[in-house]
Write a new protein. Sequence first.
Length: 266
Amino acid sequence: MQNISSRELHKQIQMHLESLRLSGVEWLENNNNSTLQISEGLAHKSPPVDGEAAVTNLPLPEKSSTHSVLHSLEKKTGLLQLLKEEVANCVKCPQLVQTRKNTVFGVGKIEPDICFVGEAPGSAEDEKGLPFVGEDGLLLDKILKACGLSRDEVYFLNIISCKPPDKRLPLPSEVSNCRGFLEKQLALVKPKVICCLGSCAAENLLDTKIPVNKLRGKFYDWKGIQVLCTYHPLSLLRTPEKKKEVWEDMKFLISHLGRVLPKLGS
Ligand code: SF4
């Protein structure tokens, strides 16, 4: 049997509790018929009884705020890995499960300024198991560079994690099946701003029928995170005239974040 240190055991229990909490589980039944309430990073016994500590002392004392931030990022990395494994084993959409080569989980920086949300993986993404690695990804790289950003400073994900066949749009049932994965991922990644790329991402995230051309130019709220909508890079490949509008949107976003655009040619 594998030896495990108490610190590692403690970490694994915390990750498991956090994973349950993010899945919507609020209470666990104990083997002595009492219940445990799961709150962020803690397990509370409920109801507390006289003379008994109300809180199970799971978190280790933090040494400093830097340590605390690293601990939080480390915990999120672990939880994202667990979620990625859950997505890789997901069989909720029968047609997609039959045709996909890989599931495509999000990738990038945790707690970034911007998280780009696209529609669904395409062929290149399905092949590599990574988001935005096709032609649209190359164009997005150019847009990022023009904004003074690199791939490892932002996060990318899609509304659904499996490639639909024949370049079709995700079905409402597929979007609904994958919604939990999307929401848990966004809750863990916690970007300052979500940038929806294209109508599919914008309409599904914001639960609206307003097309992306009408959503552009202002911020919306999604569970306390600001959302800006613009066109998908694939539509720029089909309609290059839209590049000007995307550039306007990106300048608006960069300035909103208090960042400065790099000088031309730098
Ligand atoms: S699209 Fe999402 S919900 Fe559907 S099979 Fe893939 S991972 Fe599961």
